[in-house]
Design a protein around this ligand. Structure first.
Ligand SMILES: [Zn+2]
Length: 270
């Protein structure tokens, strides 16, 4: 019954390529024209080079990985700097929005910017209401962080919101069940991992920091690259450290290590 396994005849070569390759989701936060010492900021010119690399990788028959771009938090630079660069290359990214910060928190997008994102064909997902780490929430808080976020984004933007990115990448079984109950079919984490199909319930992502060079990214996507495996291992060590130290001590160490400019008592902006 080979017919069952062949791809539909009317698919063009690029579509076939897309179906057969593992997806690697990249996670960005903030862009700035001259970069920053803060590790979650990526320089705008470097971001353009990354996008050109991703376009080339998607077109290349040799590449095993299919890059997908995502952004967390809803920073205003997503609209100012990322959107025009994505549109210029015909790319669609997924923007995970902290709903309670929208139009409220200085430096973050408002509804006007988000509507422009949707009008330009970009995708929107939830990133909680207040960016609280979800395993710390009781059932009532979980309902606000998940259901209220989805309903507000859907009502204000007129699109279905079925994807959720977990603040700090943190979750447990209770959080996953609450996500499902609140209407999310896919949950995006910060575990660097590639997936064969895009319909997995839990989607891994690789966090892109400002100090990662283009050469490093090229190596990551290279044939038989072991970089992703090593990153996955490092991530699991980090998770073990979080469990052993507890979230608040881990957050303080994280802020020091990443030269966080914001209030050091804030949770990691992952
Ligand atoms: Zn975040």
């Amino acid at each position: 019954m080979w017919d069952e396994y062949t791809l539909p005849q009317d698919m063009d070569t690029n579509e076939q390529q897309e179906q057969l390759r593992h997806r690697l989701h990249l996670l960005y936060h903030e862009l700035r024209p001259r970069g920053s010492a803060y590790s979650y900021v990526v320089d705008t010119e470097a971001f353009e080079e990354h996008l050109d690399l991703y376009v080339g990788l998607r077109q290349s028959r040799d590449s095993e990985l299919w890059p997908e771009v995502t952004f967390d938090d809803g920073h205003i630079s997503n609209y100012e700097f990322a959107l025009p660069r994505l549109v210029a290359r015909g790319l669609t990214a997924r923007f995970f929005i902290t709903a309670g910060w929208t139009g409220q928190r200085p430096g973050y997008m408002g509804w006007t910017e988000l509507r422009a994102m949707v009008a330009a064909g970009q995708q929107i997902g939830g990133h909680g209401w207040s960016h609280t780490l979800l395993p710390h929430c009781d059932q009532q808080q979980l309902d606000m962080e998940l259901r209220r976020t989805r309903l507000t984004l859907e009502e204000k933007l007129g699109v279905a919101v079925t994807t959720m990115s977990l603040p700090g990448g943190r979750y447990n079984r209770r959080v996953l069940a609450a996500c499902r109950e609140a209407g999310y079919t896919q949950v995006y984490t910060s575990e660097p991992r590639a997936e064969l199909i895009s319909s997995e319930e839990i989607v891994g992502r690789l966090n892109i920091r400002g100090d990662m060079s283009l050469e490093w990214l090229q190596k990551l996507f290279g044939t038989d690259s072991k970089v992703l495996q090593k990153l996955g291992q490092q991530y699991r060590w980090k998770e073990t450290a979080k469990r052993m130290l507890g979230d608040s001590l881990y957050a303080k160490i994280w802020a020091l290590a990443n030269r966080q400019e914001k209030d050091a008592s804030e949770a990691p902006t992952e």
